[in-house]
Design a protein around this ligand. Structure first.
Ligand code: ATP
Ligand code: MG
Length: 460
């Protein structure tokens, strides 16, 4: 049974039982209320008549004599005949005098029978000039309705049936509508999930409402979009890796074939070339491994308390020789009394080293590279160069994997375009951020923001 049928049935059964219960209660209630209303009115009339009689004659004597027949009425009209079979007012009510003696007998009570005081308490008194002169007992018998009253109740019943039927029709229409509006988006999502599992990742279902079902649809669309993106990234990554591996491998294979076939003579220079290519491959594989660990959230940090100044000094020292050879000035500028960082010094130095080696690559002779550390809420480590700079179009991509501004140039220099992507992973692992700022022809600054714990901030 589909969800739609189930929902329709559930809603229909609920409304049906509700309507039926209400209809039966209203019908019963109306009949009871109607009967007691009619009875009340008749009794009030009867009491008024009897009080008028007593007032006119000053006693019940005439009534007693009549023994079940109403004598001359107070207004002078002829006596009303009645017998116990009569359904007129007298059969419904029994008149008794102030002592409880029956004045109008019927099939239940004999003339002059005395009604016990306990029962009189329940009877309606007839009061004339402030004095109780008698009582009216209401007979328990079911009151007979006249044709007019029956017609009235019939009309009420018919209206109740009509109301029940119209509520049912309305209920059916509404439940069909609700069931449809609920099951339709779910069916669409189910269909999209099936397509997704068959490999069509790009699925979009319409979001028809803001309720939970709508939220599920929106979340599904988001998931589908994310899957498409992840799939694209994976494909791109595989293509990039294959591309990166091809060049050094073909160089190696080419040399090795020529050496095997004796076309080339082995010499140290050729071995050095082959060694460089092998080293490049090794480097690439290590970088890829680092990135895959970062993706899996499995990069480990060996954090310790360390001064920012020490980190930049150690990095600068490692590159001082190379900078000197290239005729580039390597400066270190650290603000005094910086708070200690809780960081993995090896990783941070690895990040800084990539930044400095990038800077050395793009800075001409007589240029300057500045490693700085300062406090700006967080500790900011920066590497600034006076190199070629990066165009704005490229700047936003340099932290992406395998991204190189000038592909041809770096290919020859064995750069893979993974350095900044790894730097970003490491910095984020420390809870920090990395950003680039550059002006073509002026230089580039890469800044690393590392958070300082509250304790350390206060100490500073
Ligand atoms: P790898 O670091 O993996 O050996 P790479 O240095 O080419 O290779 P990244 O360090 O990620 O890769 O840098 C990405 C690209 O950003 C570089 O190829 C270069 O084009 C550009 N770039 C990085 N730093 C600078 C800089 N200081 N000045 C100019 N361009 C830069
Ligand atoms: Mg680099």
């Amino acid at each position: 049974m589909s969800l739609r049928v189930k929902l329709t049935l559930a809603l229909l059964i609920t409304s049906l039982s509700g309507v039926l219960i209400v209809a039966v209660l209203v019908q019963r209630g109306t009949i009871n209320e109607f009967d007691s209303f009619v009875m009340e009115q008749e009794r009030a009339n009867f009491i008024a008549d009897m009080a008028a009689y007593y007032e006119a004659f000053g006693s019940w004597e005439g009534m007693r004599m009549a023994r079940g027949r109403l004598p001359v009425q107070p207004n002078g009209e002829p006596p009303v005949q009645f017998s116990p079979e009569d359904h007129g007012p007298i059969a419904k009510f029994t008149l008794v005098d102030q002592d409880g003696k029956v004045l109008t007998p019927n099939k239940d009570v004999a003339p002059n029978e005395v009604i016990p005081a306990a029962e009189l308490k329940k009877a309606a008194p007839i009061v004339v000039e402030g004095e109780t002169v008698g009582y009216v007992l209401t007979n328990d018998e079911f009151p007979q309705r006249d044709a007019l009253e029956e017609a009235y109740l019939d009309r009420i019943n018919r209206m109740l049936i009509m109301a029940t039927v119209s509520v049912l029709v309305l209920g059916l229409l509404l439940s069909l509508f609700f069931a449809r509006s609920l099951s339709r988006p779910l069916r669409e999502i189910a269909q999209a999930i099936r397509s997704l599992s068959h490999g069509q990742l790009d699925q979009k279902v319409p979001v028809r409402s803001r309720d939970e079902v709508g939220q599920v649809a929106a979340a599904f669309n988001q998931m589908s979009a994310d899957l498409v993106k992840a799939n694209q990234l994976r494909r791109q990554m595989t293509a990039d890796i294959a591309h990166e591996l091809r060049t050094p491998l073909s160089v190696l294979v080419g040399y090795l074939e020529s050496l095997c076939e004796g076309l080339l003579k082995p010499n140290p220079a050729r071995f050095k070339i082959m060694h460089d290519e092998a080293r490049h491959l090794q480097h690439l594989v290590e970088d890829l491994r680092t990135l895959s660990l970062a993706d899996a959230g499995e990069l480990q940090l060996n954090a310790q308390w360390i001064a920012a100044e020490e980190l930049i000094r150690l990095t600068a020292a490692a590159f001082s020789h190379q900078a000197e050879q290239q005729g580039i000035r390597l400066a270190v500028e650290a603000e005094p009394n910086l708070p200690l960082l809780h960081a993995d010094p090896d990783r941070i130095i690895q990040v800084l080293s990539n930044l400095v080696s990038n800077a050395l690559r793009y800075t001409p002779q007589a240029g300057c590279i500045t490693l700085a550390a300062r406090l700006d809420g967080d500790v900011v480590l920066s590497v600034q160069d006076t190199g070629a700079g990066i165009e704005a179009d490229h700047l936003s991509h340099i932290f992406e994997r395998f991204y190189r501004v000038d592909t041809s140039r770096q290919q020859s220099e064995n750069e893979s375009g993974l350095g900044l992507a790894i730097a970003k992973s490491y910095v984020e692992l420390h809870g920090g951020t990395i950003s680039a700022d550059s002006q073509v022809g002026v230089g580039t600054t890469i800044s690393i923001r590392l958070p300082v714990s509250r304790l350390e901030k206060d100490a500073a």
